[in-house]
Design a protein around this ligand. Structure first.
Ligand SMILES: Nc1ncnc2c1ncn2[C@@H]1O[C@H](COP(=O)(O)OP(=O)(O)OP(=O)(O)O)[C@@H](O)[C@H]1O
Length: 258
């Protein structure tokens, strides 16, 4: 990566995370992680179950602390969650008793944004994800895809500099998923946030990421980083897309044989 040090948003050096099991043993969830994410990059973390994807994104989000190594965002060590860095989980994390608009307003209220401004920003975020008509519905009245859109709108409304997404579309059907992938790309291009996106799905990683970080398990580590040199939006039927898919599958195969 040729980005200058000043452009680096997230930097991991020799990052390690060990968990202590209830029986006193140790599990090395991540080891030797070296990663530099330039500001504004869309990077995908992909790999088999247990390779430490969630652990890495939780460390970046400040929800876990490393046992060794250094992790910085904007040059400062990550020690706790930061209101400017938003995490979106697979289960949406919506409040069932609040309307769609109320859910989007939540983060703005928590930051003390004056109500008129908060309403305007929430409406704008809902418009971006195409949910204005559902503003006064409650989560149980809308589909899974719409719920995920609400979660994205809530994150976007606070204009985070970093968006962490842990398998956000995993529970959605293929069509909704592809539509939301396209919408997310549009929003990323419009807002310029740095996005770290965890997925199990190689096609999703190739469709979205400027780089795909392929991880391996036992112990969790980075196996390879592949730059996806294709303009967005990417056609899954394109021969270059197929070539990246082939490359990633081949690498997975090697891991499996190991
Ligand atoms: N709180 C914890 N306590 C003990 N071990 C943990 C804890 N969290 C994760 N682990 C272990 O660390 C390893 C990495 O887990 P992690 O959830 O980061 O992997 P992952 O790649 O996100 O997996 P998946 O794709 O299945 O979600 C696994 O072996 C897991 O069992």
């Amino acid at each position: 990566m040729s980005a200058k040090a000043a452009d680096i948003k997230i930097a991991a050096k020799g990052l390690e995370k060990r968990y202590r099991s209830a029986r006193g043993g140790e599990q090395i969830a991540l080891t030797g992680v070296e990663l530099a994410v330039p500001a504004g990059e869309f990077v995908c973390l992909v790999g088999p179950s247990g390779c430490g994807k969630t652990t890495l994104i939780k460390l970046m989000g400040g929800f876990e602390t490393p046992t060794d190594g250094v992790l910085t965002i904007d040059g400062r060590p990550v020690t706790k969650p930061d209101p400017d860095h938003i995490m979106i989980f697979q289960d949406y994390g919506l409040f069932p008793w609040r309307t769609v608009l109320g859910n989007v307003l939540f983060g703005l209220e928590a930051r003390g944004v004056p109500i008129d401004e908060a309403r305007a920003r929430a409406q704008e975020a809902l418009q971006l994800v195409g949910l204005c008509a559902a503003a006064y519905k409650h989560p149980h009245e809308i589909s899974g895809g719409m719920k995920q859109r609400v979660a994205i709108a809530r994150a976007l409304a606070v204009e985070p500099s970093v968006l962490f997404m842990d398998e956000p579309f995993a529970a959605l059907d293929a069509f909704t998923r592809m539509r939301l992938q396209d919408e997310l790309l549009g929003l990323w291009q419009a807002k310029g946030s740095t996005i770290v996106f965890v997925t199990h799905d190689l096609d999703e990683a190739i469709a979205l990421g400027q780089r795909v970080v392929l991880m391996a398990a036992n112990p969790g580590r980075i196996q390879r980083i592949i730059e996806i040199d294709m303009p967005h939006p990417r056609e899954r039927t394109d021969s270059a897309f197929a070539a990246y898919r082939h490359e990633l599958f081949a690498e997975f195969h090697l891991l499996h044989e190991e």
